[in-house]
Design a protein around this ligand. Structure first.
Ligand SMILES: [Zn+2]
Length: 218
């Protein structure tokens, strides 16, 4: 297996798949090639899976069965069927769904994600509205996979329900981005300056969203 080796003053070995689907290995200065290659060999299955994924630019399709993992606010939860639930979907440690819904898990999860998204996003919008004085007319959910938020000059804001799969700090960044658009309708210096005054580390959150957006799906 081909790889690019980057040696530096680090203590541990790490492997990383680049955006072009190449294997990059970061290693301590004096670690032997044998140790490095044994490590790669041990991780081969994982590497091949990741490389294929990156090259196909696709997320592995879900089968919506028990044992699969689903994201909620940046955390991964294993799906399990359980018949002692009070609601259709419950989240505590795992993602539980009643067995009677096992044949339409995708549909059930879709409604659940949307309901959760609306609740969480509305709450964040209210908090940042109160803090900034930027008011929205209404919040709507979209099904977009890349366009995380948008807003109209009249004050209607749209958010993709898929944001509920991202960590809260990422949701906050998108919320603030759209709220600031109510005042600055472009991506001018003044716009970013305002965003930064509310979320000083917005750049790293924006970067996270760019790099991870393909995972925020099911
Ligand atoms: Zn924007």
């Amino acid at each position: 297996m081909e790889y690019n080796l980057i040696r530096s003053r680090r203590r541990t070995l790490a492997i990383h798949i680049t955006k072009d689907g190449e294997l990059e290995v970061r290693a301590p200065l004096k670690l032997s090639v044998k140790v490095i290659e044994d490590f790669i060999l041990k991780k081969q299955d994982w590497i091949e899976k990741q490389v294929t994924r990156v090259r196909n630019n696709a997320v592995i399709q879900k089968a919506f069965t028990e044992g699969e993992e689903f994201l909620y606010l940046g955390e991964s939860y294993i799906l399990e069927f359980s018949d002692i639930l009070k609601s259709t979907v419950e989240l505590h440690g795992k993602l539980y769904i009643a067995p009677k819904h096992s044949h339409h898990v995708q549909k059930v999860l879709y409604s659940w994600y949307k309901k959760e998204a609306l609740q969480v996003i509305t709450d964040r919008v209210e908090q940042y509205s109160a803090a900034t004085g930027l008011q929205v007319k209404a919040i709507r959910l979209s099904n977009a996979k890349q366009r995380w938020g948008s807003c109209s000059p009249k004050g209607y804001v749209n958010f993709s329900w898929r944001l509920i799969m991202a960590p809260l700090e990422i949701i906050d960044y998108v919320v603030v981005h759209e709220l600031v658009h109510l005042k600055h309708h472009d991506h001018s210096k003044a716009f970013w300056h305002k965003v930064e005054s509310i979320i000083p580390d917005y750049k790293s959150r924006r970067k996270w969203l760019k790099e991870n957006s393909h995972n925020l799906t099911m």
